[in-house]
Ligand binder design. Structure first.
Ligand SMILES: [Zn+2]
Length: 258
């Protein structure tokens, strides 16, 4: 199985990377995409992917790190320097986060727009979108970018079924994390039920958000992504194998994985 979104460069995972990769292999998790969240972090992600053939990287600036990347040229230089590397399979994560007051939205919007402009230079790369309480504005901005809707992956979905419908209408795909297994996230589960099977991805977003029945385990790791798939399969009345086959086929198509 493929974990389409994890942060192996973050200390809780990086500090025990060999054990994390061994546990992933033991759980049948064969490929992982480690997602860059700042110029420095993207550099580390690309280096990591260069050392392990099962790992792939992405290059982007997370909206909550927008204040650390106030300089447009630095972001442009980073993306141009790294995005062409063979193990880079997407741009992002990028997006908007209205859950926290900082960094200011104006700053988040600027950093997102720089990255959307650059995406035109890398037509083969999809874009991983971080969305917290910003679905309508993101859909507006992504539509206005003129980039094809199919290139967007809204990762770690936390919204309502109606928001999922809007994202799907854009042409984008939706990534589900352990949140879909949480008892208090019935709307997320309903969104996972209604998302067409060819538009759905599974991910851990580790080191965060360990799925049930291991929710209390910290840190989360790629080895837990099968629990996300199992839960969505249950909601949809599918065999776990079928759900995994569909989600992995989507991941291979969207991220052009080998
Ligand atoms: Zn992430």
């Amino acid at each position: 199985m493929i974990d389409t979104h994890c942060h192996l460069t973050y200390p809780p995972l990086f500090d025990q990377l060999d054990a994390v990769l061994a546990r992933a292999a033991g759980a049948g998790v064969e490929q992982m995409i480690t997602v860059g969240t700042s110029p420095q972090d993207a550099q580390r992600a690309v280096e990591l992917a260069g050392r392990h053939k099962h790992l792939f990287a992405t290059v982007g600036v997370h909206p909550l790190h927008a204040d650390q990347s106030p300089d447009r040229q630095a972001v442009v230089d980073c993306v141009r320097a790294l995005a062409g590397a063979g193990q880079v399979v997407a741009l992002g994560e990028m997006g908007l986060d209205k859950h926290y007051a900082e960094p200011p939205l104006e700053m988040q919007r600027r950093v997102l727009d720089w990255q959307l402009e650059l995406a035109g230079e890398f037509p083969d790369l999809p874009m991983i979108i971080h969305n917290r309480k910003a679905t309508d504005e993101l859909i507006e901005r992504l539509s206005a970018s003129g980039l094809a809707g199919e290139r967007f992956v809204f990762h770690c979905f936390t919204g309502t079924p109606a928001e999922a419908e809007k994202i799907l209408a854009l042409g984008a795909s939706i990534g589900f994390t352990g949140i879909v297994t949480f008892k208090n996230a019935l709307e997320v589960a309903e969104a996972a039920r209604l998302t067409p099977l060819d538009r759905l991805l599974c991910e851990t977003d580790s080191p965060y958000l360990t799925p049930e029945p291991h929710r209390k385990v910290r840190p989360n790791e790629p080895c837990y992504v099968p629990y996300v798939a199992r839960h969505i399969a249950g909601i949809r009345g599918l065999a776990e194998k079928e759900l995994i086959a569909a989600a992995d086929a989507n991941a291979r198509r969207i991220f052009r994985l080998p």
